[in-house]
Design a protein around this ligand. Structure first.
Ligand SMILES: CC(C)(CNC(=O)c1ccc(Oc2ccccc2)cc1)c1ccc2c(N)nc(N)nc2n1
Length: 328
């Protein structure tokens, strides 16, 4: 096989993986993926000098020699103010309309996944670093573990990537993967995790990427952070669609809605769906969709004035563990 044929094989395998892990629409049976993957492994064994950074064989590397280093975020990872009821959502909308002197504001409404926040840095379209949120100003460099997650693209799916792109998102463990992981832990007489969020956190804290690679982790993008050499779209929602084209998983339940009522309707709808989702959510994040309006509104201390989280009632851990509903 020639060098170009190997490059085509890498592209083919990455296309299979994008379809399966990002779009949830597999285009080949697993056996085909495995056969092509093994073929790539044997070519790379024959020609190590041909190995590419975005080859799927490069997802599971060696342990970092000593722990995780601390890295400063280029742009802080901000926290969110909370709204606890519909009235405070209405107050949020009213405050914004007043500050903007606007009749009605369009919001981007996104499920708030119950996982860990992460910031990914791409240079010329290639993944160079993955950093945990930490205290918002700096976090731990867990790149070796991040690379093992199939829904994290090793290379952006575009020939004209931004010079620098930082993407923020959530790493989470779907409920089914969580149940299977705990069942296996019980079988092996090991510690079980209390909930998917803790299981995801524990999996990302592993020093050995080979352990993380065996954990069913998913990454969902929710924000463009720092960017260089690319004209950002005017709307946050359009920015997320662009991320999806570049190879990131975004949440298919996100919508744009008009005003406080649109946000309240979305809350009621999602609250009904919540128990049937394949992953845990702990609320909704509402964001002013127009970037120019976000910039006009700015931030209060470490939270944006233009975004707010609306939490669902805490899901009783006992309900989860015993499956008995304690809501009286
Ligand atoms: C809105 C934001 C706080 C992200 N945005 C930022 O972190 C952020 C950070 C600097 C920004 O601009 C600055 C640039 C320089 C200095 C200060 C701010 C803008 C946004 C946020 C936080 C958590 C989220 C979550 N769990 N789920 C979803 N779905 N969305 C979320 N969105």
């Amino acid at each position: 096989m020639t060098h170009q044929q190997m490059l085509d094989l890498i592209q083919q395998l990455n296309d299979y993986s994008y379809a399966y892990h990002v779009k949830d629409e597999p285009i080949v049976p697993d056996a085909v993926y495995d056969r092509d993957y093994r073929q790539l492994q044997s070519i790379e064994a024959e020609h190590p000098e041909w190995i590419q950074a975005d080859s799927p064989t490069q997802r599971v590397g060696e342990k970092p020699d000593s722990g995780f280093t601390n890295v400063a975020h280029t742009v802080p990872m901000l926290s969110l103010d909370n709204a606890f009821d519909n009235e405070s959502l209405a107050d949020f909308d009213q405050r914004i309309r007043k500050l903007l002197n606007a009749e009605q504001v369009t919001y981007c409404c996104e499920p708030k996944l119950d996982g860990l926040a992460i910031s990914l840095r791409y240079e010329e379209g290639r993944l160079v670093r993955g950093v945990t949120r930490g205290d918002g100003l700096s976090g731990e460099d867990i790149t070796s573990n991040i690379k093992t997650i199939y829904s994290v693209p090793l290379k952006l799916r575009t020939k004209t990537p931004p010079a620098v792109l930082e993407v923020r998102g959530e790493i989470y463990m779907p409920k089914e993967g969580f149940e299977k992981l705990n069942a296996l832990a019980v079988e092996q007489g090991e510690k079980t995790f209390v909930n998917p969020r803790n299981a995801a956190a524990g999996s990302l804290r592993q020093l050995d990427p080979k352990v993380t690679a065996k954990r069913p982790l998913v990454m969902c993008a929710y924000s463009i952070g720092y960017v260089e050499g690319w004209e950002q779209p005017e709307s946050h929602y359009a920015g997320l669609l662009q991320l999806s084209e570049w190879g990131f998983r975004t949440n298919d339940l996100m919508i744009t809605a008009e005003g406080a009522q649109g946000c309240i309707d979305y809350y009621e709808k999602l609250n009904e769906k919540r128990a049937s989702l394949s992953y845990d959510i702990d609320g909704i994040v509402y964001k002013v969709d127009q970037i120019a309006l976000q910039n006009q509104l700015g931030f209060i201390a470490r939270a944006p004035r233009w975004a707010i989280a609306r939490k669902f009632p805490a899901q009783e851990e006992m309900t989860r563990i015993l499956g008995v509903d304690f809501q009286v």
